[in-house]
Design a protein around this ligand. Sequence first.
Ligand SMILES: Cc1cc2nc3c(=O)[nH]c(=O)nc-3n(C[C@H](O)[C@H](O)[C@H](O)COP(=O)(O)OP(=O)(O)OC[C@H]3O[C@@H](n4cnc5c(N)ncnc54)[C@H](O)[C@@H]3O)c2cc1C
Ligand SMILES: *[C@@H]1O[C@H](CO)[C@@H](O)[C@H](O)[C@H]1NC(C)=O
Ligand SMILES: *[C@@H]1O[C@H](CO)[C@@H](O)[C@H](O)[C@H]1NC(C)=O
Length: 498
Amino acid sequence: MKLAWLLVLLPTALGRIVSRDSASSTCKHLEATYPDLTFFPLSPGYIKANTDFYTSSAWLGPACVFQPTDSRHLADAVLLLKNTSTPFAIRGGGHMPIANAANINSSGVLLSSFGLSQLKVSDDHSTVHVGPGNRWADVYKYLEPYGLSVVGGRLGVVGVPGYILGGGVAFFSNEYGWASANVVRFTGVLADGRVVTAKPNNEHADLFWALRGGGNSFALATDFELKTLRVPKVTVGMANYGFGVGEQFIRSVHDFATAGTKDPKAAVIPMAEYLPETGTVSYSAILFYNGNNATPAALQSFQKPTLTPLTNTFRYRSMNQWSQELDGAVGLLKGSRQRFYVLNIHASRKETIATVHDTFVEVAKTSLPIGVVVAAMAFPQVAEQYIHASTVNGGDPQDLDPDGAPYIWVEESITALAAVRDEDIDAFYTKVNGEIRQKLLADGVKLPEYTYLNDANPAQDSFGTFPPDNLARLRKIRARYDPDRVFTDLMPGGWKVS
Ligand SMILES: Cc1cc2nc3c(=O)[nH]c(=O)nc-3n(C[C@H](O)[C@H](O)[C@H](O)COP(=O)(O)OP(=O)(O)OC[C@H]3O[C@@H](n4cnc5c(N)ncnc54)[C@H](O)[C@@H]3O)c2cc1C
Ligand SMILES: *[C@@H]1O[C@H](CO)[C@@H](O)[C@H](O)[C@H]1NC(C)=O
Ligand SMILES: *[C@@H]1O[C@H](CO)[C@@H](O)[C@H](O)[C@H]1NC(C)=O
């Protein structure tokens, strides 16, 4: 009996020791060549890279952090990690709320993008080079004096690389498509140490296509060249409607998604937040208009008298100014536990929106784990023009179906105290979304299949919802660029096309 136990335990125990040893010796090698770029526990650089995450579940404690300031350094590190079979992770802004998406424990090395923070507008101002160490707030701040913007994050705190490689939904998206549809070229390190540039029409056009939403299985991005928009200012802000307006809120979500989005310059993030402390639901919306107009017809359903804000910051200003408004508040969430789940619905039927909203609130009242501070739903829209605009330069792996548009990608997000376990939050997601699906099924409602990678729960198979031919093509491209599956097997975190 005892012997049998030993035999079972020995390989795992050995495996751990071996890999931990390989990580620490790899760290020593990195330190020998790059003493200024290699950080060990308790150094400020290490602490920042290990803890500057949206969810505290990601504070995994790597053996060391390597923070290159140049593609070549990163390529060296990749070759070393590969040669020594050392597991690793790569991080950008740290906003994917999944523990190991962009970090790794002491069995591996964390590659930090922070050192690759270049920002450079082209001579004719038509594009901007953005390093993966930036957050969208950095990009908007840099572009403000040029009177430019880009199709990027709706909140400034979000990191550039994970956002773009997963697709990227922006305020401008109903006009210009995915953020990734506005990339002119990607530069990145391949698993064999080459630094390559992928464009829609060069020898790496297949890689270019894969990086428009295919995630981190193909290359480590070191530069994004983005198309700029000559948009110095937009009308943007936050409206708070308070409590007890649920029915009108649902009507407004439906009206805007089906009618308002016909004006592609308008966007709304309607939000319903259930607060377990008081058992109430608070309603708000981020309003956006690409123009100097605080009362566009398209946004009527989220303005008075339809829904009357108690407070409202909707006004004409730069994206940089907007980033500063909310990012402080998001910063206060640091150290909390965060978790996402995304539910894709057709916007056409108002009752579907009501079922999602009502069921979520009902189940939240009885089944949220103790320690949850907010259980929120956001109802952003993906309109037909979003999808058409994304077909430029060869399209993308998601290849959304325009016939089902407009969609609402309901973002369910839970904020909890750090002690709450991911498993317990996921048990709530399973229950509530199971009930929602059951009710919709009983009403004969079919849900669109596509599940957005950047908002998905780890239990959701995002790639399984891509068109099968595109998934097969993604796998072929991975086999071409990373035949040894370094960025899949040795870098296990994040969404993989395996
Ligand atoms: C507050 C908040 C607001 C958000 N708003 C939006 C929004 O408006 N629109 C939207 O579409 N999404 C939004 N998201 C989701 C967001 O797009 C994802 O969380 C995204 O992955 C964040 O990118 P990041 O660089 O911060 O992520 P990270 O967590 O650092 O990384 C995410 C993934 O990208 C990989 N990665 C990171 N850097 C690199 C690199 N250099 N090369 C290759 N792979 C890399 C990581 O390995 C990881 O798997 C939001 C999330 C939060 C928490
Ligand atoms: C990795 O191994 C290859 C061949 O085995 C060798 O050419 C290369 O220099 C090694 N690189 C590192 C960083 O150890
Ligand atoms: C690190 O993570 C791996 C993969 O999840 C796991 O198998 C291993 O036990 C962890 N090691 C430590 C030291 O926590």
